[in-house]
Design a protein around this ligand. Structure first.
Ligand SMILES: [Zn+2]
Length: 204
């Protein structure tokens, strides 16, 4: 089976509880001497097997790290791990899952090789919002419930608001509309990308 390491938690001296996102489930597993294994790090893609244990968590075994070309590019790896941490928090408590998330992460790691990592995360996030039915395409202000016709302020989870209601960075409405349709952040300049990325870092 393949999956992404979402989170690790140290237990006892050297053991680890490892959360893995696979195609259909988020597994909570136990790895003896996990700290000795460099292949079990947040964000890594691994091939693995589980040994069921009726009295405790399934045992994680036969772990093989599936490397990325960009693995040793520090800045990319940090952005990737930040995103995985956010995703772990977002999916906390979920056990069975549809394959959307696994496939999305797979696509992201392929793109990370050549494209700007923040843009990849932003594109991925808007797909998550749409998949979960949380993408607000109608641009109604969440504060006053009125339509927004000018620039659109976004807050956490890309909730839209009037500038008059929430004084923050205003996005061009047409650009935002185009982005929500295309799921491609190339319409935005670097400043806009930094603003969107900062919102994602507040939580998915
Ligand atoms: Zn308003």
């Amino acid at each position: 089976m393949q999956g992404f390491v979402l989170h690790t938690q140290r237990v006892k001296d050297e053991d680890l509880i490892v959360f893995i996102l696979s195609k259909k489930a988020i597994f909570k597993t136990y790895r003896f001497y996990g700290l000795r294994h460099s292949s079990i790090l947040t964000g890594y893609k691994i091939d693995f097997a589980l040994e069921e244990n009726s009295r405790f968590l399934p045992r994680l075994k036969d772990v093989l790290h599936i490397g990325f070309y960009w693995l040793f590019q520090r800045e990319k790896m940090l952005i990737w791990q930040d995103f995985i941490r956010l995703l772990y928090k977002h999916l906390n408590g979920v056990e069975s899952i549809d394959n959307f998330y696994f496939e999305l992460l797979n696509e992201c790691v392929k793109k990370f090789d050549k494209q700007n990592p923040k843009r990849i995360i932003i594109d991925a996030y808007v797909r998550i919002l749409e998949h979960e039915g949380r993408l607000h395409k109608k641009f109604t202000c969440f504060v006053c419930d009125e339509k927004i016709t000018q620039n659109i302020v976004l807050v956490r989870a890309f909730l839209p608001a009037h500038y008059e209601c929430i004084q923050s960075y205003g996005f061009n409405k047409d650009k935002l509309k185009e982005f929500y349709e295309s799921k491609n952040s190339s319409v935005f300049d670097d400043d806009e990308i930094n603003e969107l990325y900062a919102l994602i870092k507040e939580g998915l």
